[in-house]
Design a protein around this ligand. Structure first.
Ligand code: NAD
Length: 435
């Protein structure tokens, strides 16, 4: 690859995209990291152009008969960013803030995520502009089915395999699967992942992302000469990813000294009783009022003096405004895009070891891949097998990224982008340009 022509700055800057970072914009954040990796890889201009553009963007209007008898028209998008390595893989979100640009950025993200753990998927994402909290179950079902039919041409186990995302769940995936199956005339379980277990979902899927975070955190601590059983950890976000990671790290002997969610955050130097906190959230829907520690602000949770900080809530929580204050030795990005690109160099200067999102939270897509494999084979694995195979893939991927980071003297994020982009680029070179 060293012999490939190096891109000049004018080649690597998209003509109609401002190269100056908007710290708040996850698309800009992601693309600036993409550009840096492209430069280090000496990516040839042709491949660069292919990887910087989405393969297919679909926008559909979904007219729905609402419960009050009126017709509303909702806009839905599905983007296949790159399918050179396999079917598009990525969730469907229902949210009022969905835009085509955001869906495209998330689809690109899925491309790199699937490639970094080396599973045979490309990247895709979908979204419908709606406020699901204001809709009845019947309205949501009609919207899901109409949107599915709108994008049915791209869907299929060999072409595009959705999953749950923001405000969608197993229930919604069951409707997508049923609608698709009705149209093709037979049951096709492998068209979506994240389904209920009784209709072809995988055991272990619900815990997979948090479990993946635990595996790479353990390996990162080991790499730094520390041990998980002697570490202290703060977790932001106490939903699927955060609470599972906290529970598994606690079981591995770590001391969880800080937790927080949308409503409250807590510190307990002696260690928070994670099982109690999970029970509390089950009953109260949030950590507000939890008595297992001293209440602190959400901002203070991020700057606790801990070995590991695990942001597992939202994007853009570590920015130039607070990065200087982060005291953790390891940041494990359970959430997508929790660190702005502009904050990367501050964390680097402070010597903080960041496990980037596309690696840290890839446990979810990895077990989605297992679900797809099980559906296609019609043979289902026990949970122990799922978890063992997840450990194998996460540990191998962590080692691959670490090796590249050492050999190229770059941080883990740049190494993860370089690894995944080189895998996608290599398939494009082998397949050639069909024109
Ligand atoms: P979730 O909805 O189950 O939990 C989100 C948690 O974040 C909740 O505890 C919520 O209270 C908290 N939160 C929301 N706003 C907050 C704020 N302002 N400050 C602090 N906490 C806040 O979601 P999840 O599935 O756990 O996903 C969390 C993150 O992980 C998201 O970025 C998601 O995209 C990413 N992710 C999830 C998966 C998965 O399999 N669930 C896979 C990959 C990435």
């Amino acid at each position: 690859m060293a012999s490939k022509p190096k891109l000049s700055t004018s080649q690597i800057v998209h003509p109609d995209k401002d190269p100056v970072l908007n710290e708040e914009n996850p698309f800009d954040s992601m693309m600036s990291r993409f550009d840096r990796a492209a430069e280090l890889l000496n990516l040839e201009p042709g491949i660069y152009k292919i990887l910087r553009n989405p393969e297919k963007q679909i926008t559909v209007s979904c007219p729905i008969l609402m419960d009050n008898g009126e017709v509303e028209v909702f806009t839905g998008h599905r983007v296949l960013y790159n399918t050179s390595r396999g079917p598009g893989k990525g969730g469907i979100r229902f949210d009022i803030h969905v835009t085509l640009e955001e869906v495209t950025a998330l689809a690109a993200w899925m491309t790199w995520k699937s490639a970094v753990v080396n599973i045979p998927f490309g990247g895709a994402k979908g979204g419908v502009v709606c406020d699901p909290l204001k809709m009845s179950m019947g309205e949501l079902e009609r919207l899901t089915r109409r949107y599915t039919v709108g994008i049915i041409q791209t869907l299929g186990p060999d072409s595009d395999v959705p999953a749950p995302d923001v405000n969608t769940n197993e229930r919604v995936m069951a409707w997508v699967m049923d609608t698709y199956s009705m149209h093709v005339g037979h049951t096709v379980t492998a068209v979506v992942t994240g389904k209920p277990v009784e209709m072809g979902g995988s055991l272990g899927r619900r815990e997979a992302t948090g479990r993946g975070c635990t595996i790479v955190t353990t390996d990162a601590l080991e790499h730094l000469g520390m041990h998980v059983s002697k570490s202290t950890i703060a977790v932001q976000g106490f939903g699927n990813v955060g609470s599972t990671a906290a529970k598994l790290l606690d079981e591995a002997g770590a001391k969880i000294v800080g937790i927080g969610d949308r409503d409250a955050a807590f510190h307990n130097a002696k260690g928070i009783n994670v099982k109690q906190a999970i029970e509390y959230v089950k009953q109260h829907k949030s950590l507000k009022g939890f008595k297992g520690g001293d209440e602190i602000s959400g901002a203070d949770l991020l700057t606790l003096d801990v070995d590991v900080l695990l942001p597992a809530a939202l994007e853009n929580v570590i920015t130039t405004k607070n990065a200087h204050g982060i005291r953790a030795k390891v940041v494990c990005e359970g959430a997508n895009g929790p660190t702005s690109a502009a904050a990367d160099s501050i964390l680097d200067e402070k010597g903080i070891f960041v496990i980037p999102d596309i690696l840290a939270n890839a446990g979810g897509v990895t077990v989605s891949y297992f679900e797809w494999v099980q559906d296609r084979g019609g043979y289902f694995w026990d949970e122990k097998t799922v978890n063992e195979r997840l450990i194998e893939i996460m540990r191998r991927s962590f080692a691959d990224v670490l090796a590249l980071s050492k050999s190229h003297k770059v941080n883990m994020r740049t190494a993860a982008y370089m690894l995944s982009m080189s895998r996608v680029a290599s398939v494009h070179r082998l397949r050639g340009i069909y024109s």
